[in-house]
Design a protein. Structure first.
Length: 97
């Protein structure tokens, strides 16, 4: 049975984005999970709105950084779902023959 690539990618994006958004917002408020956020921000550009680099600024400023990180997380989840479902469909079509 093949996977629908579009809908699998969208579902994966949602499953990845919601927990990461919670961690980003939580880190913006009280600093929880700062190491995980630092690792995530080390590979994604934040344009000066990094949560970790702006820990001494207001929460509203850090929440803007959390929104940017959530956007990157959504893109990463979509790409991962697309790659997995595409490879899955490729291997399933090879093994069904």
């Amino acid at each position: 049975m093949k996977l629908n690539i579009k809908w699998f990618s969208i579902c994966t994006m949602i499953v990845v984005t919601i927990p990461s958004m919670i961690i980003f917002i939580w880190c913006s408020i009280n600093g929880f999970g700062a190491d995980a956020v630092k690792l995530f921000e080390s590979i994604h550009p934040s344009g000066g709105l990094s949560i970790i680099e702006n820990m001494d600024k207001s929460t509203s400023f850090k929440l803007l950084g959390a929104l940017i990180d959530t956007f990157y997380s959504a893109i990463d989840g979509f790409i991962a779902g697309f790659a997995f479902s595409g490879l899955y469909n490729l291997f399933i079509s090879k093994f069904e023959k």
